[in-house]
Design a protein around this ligand. Structure first.
Ligand SMILES: [Zn+2]
Length: 104
C-alpha cells in the first residue's frame, strides 16, 4: 500500500506534496512543544486507515482482480488529500472518528 512518504517522493509537481504536508500538519507531535513538528508515524497510520476505510466501502471486485481495488482506494485517498488541503481548518477524518469514540 502506498504511503505518505511515497507520495511525497513521487510528486514533482508540488500539489500532492503540499497535500501530504497539510495532512501531516494535522498530526503534530504531542509533546507540548509547538515546534516539535509532525508525528509522521501517526500521520502514516491514519493515511493507511483512510485507504482501508475507502477499500472497505468499495464494492467487492470480481475474483482475480484484487489489485485494482487497492490502487483505486489509494487514488481516492490522494484525491481526498488534494481536495481538503486547500481548507485551512479541515480535520483528519480518522482523528475525528477516534475523538468521537472517546467522547462520552
Ligand atoms: Zn488523523
Amino acid at each position: 500500500m502506498i504511503t505518505l512518504h511515497d507520495l511525497y517522493e513521487q510528486d514533482g509537481q508540488g500539489a500532492v506534496r503540499e497535500a501530504v504536508v497539510a495532512f501531516g500538519a494535522r498530526h503534530l507531535v504531542r509533546s507540548g512543544d509547538p515546534d516539535a513538528g509532525t508525528d509522521w508515524k501517526w500521520a502514516e497510520r491514519h493515511f493507511t486507515c483512510l485507504i482501508e476505510t475507502i477499500m472497505g466501502a468499495a464494492v467487492p471486485p470480481p475474483p482475480g482482480s484484487g489489485k485494482p481495488v487497492v490502487r483505486r482506494a489509494e487514488n481516492a485517498a490522494v484525491g481526498f488529500l488534494l481536495a481538503v488541503s486547500s481548507q485551512p481548518d479541515y480535520r483528519c477524518p480518522v482523528c475525528v472518528k477516534q475523538q468521537a469514540r472517546q467522547t462520552r
